[in-house]
Design a protein around this ligand. Structure first.
Ligand code: PGA
Length: 253
């Protein structure tokens, strides 16, 4: 059975004190009213160890937003997958379009990061998605397929079970322009079919595929009602506990 997940991606927001306060607030809210899905928060590196101590990991999973493409050594400023794991985090977000665009992360670099994350016992929230220009040319399917082939389809079936896909159309991230639930469902179903071709029907059925891009309490219910949309990766709306909780609660309707 595939998991329903609502994951927050805080990006480069909140100092340590603000981040701890948000994590604690969310923990209290979810302890009082159990969610109907798995909940994950993706914090900056610097927050991980402390946030790990203030959350109940049975209620909230903890994620980094990146990790190094090298195991250890002389790589000044980098943070390894092993270090992420040692904070108590269970997940890492990899392949976010902002990392691909601004930090030039290629398929090859991401392939190394994914392998190291899995080798260190982390689950990977692997982001894929097309630009506006690519959607205008109707090549979104080719784009997401190439992203999967370039960085995760080298994994064994056993390793692939640690992958959660997040489909995030770049034109919908932080723009307020959400994909319609129909557009999202269409490409989620396509992504699942590509996974089925590679790993078989059962693994494809068991893979969680999240939607990301201007997801908020007002549209989450409609998106999550689609058969191939298993939750969301949430940026802006994960920065306030009430908004994030509103999206989590969409699974209760
Ligand atoms: P957004 O970001 O919800 O602010 O659009 C989503 C993401 O980039 O993960």
């Amino acid at each position: 059975m595939r998991k329903k997940i609502v994951a927050g991606n805080w990006k480069m927001n909140k100092n340590l004190q603000e981040g701890l306060a948000l994590a604690e607030e969310l923990n209290v809210m979810l302890a009082a009213e159990k969610p109907a899905c798995d909940v994950v928060i993706g914090t900056p590196f610097i927050h991980l160890a402390k946030v790990s101590e203030v959350i109940d990991h049975k209620l909230i999973g903890l994620s980094a937003q990146n990790c190094a493409d090298k195991a250890s050594g002389a790589f000044t400023g980098e943070v390894s997958a092993e270090m992420v794991k040692s904070t108590g985090a269970e997940y890492v977000i990899l392949g976010h379009s902002e990392r691909r665009m601004y930090y030039h992360e290629t398929y090859e670099i991401l392939k190394e990061k994914v392998l190291l994350a899995i080798a260190n016992g982390l689950k990977v929230i692997f982001c894929i998605g097309e630009s506006e220009e690519e959607r205008d040319k109707s090549i979104q399917n080719q784009v997401v397929k190439a992203e999967l082939e370039g960085s995760v389809f080298n994994l064994s079936a056993e390793e692939f079970k640690n992958i959660i896909i997040a489909y995030e159309p770049i034109w919908a991230i932080g723009t307020g322009k959400t994909a319609t639930s129909g557009q999202a469902e269409e490409i989620h179903a396509y992504i699942r079919s590509v996974i089925a071709e590679k790993y078989g029907k059962q693994i494809a059925e068991d893979t969680t595929i999240l939607y990301g891009g201007s997801c908020k309490p007002s549209n989450a219910g409609e998106l999550f009602s689609k058969p191939d949309i298993d939750g969301g990766l949430i940026g802006g709306a994960s920065l306030k506990a009430a908004d994030f909780k509103g999206i989590i609660d969409a699974w209760k309707k």
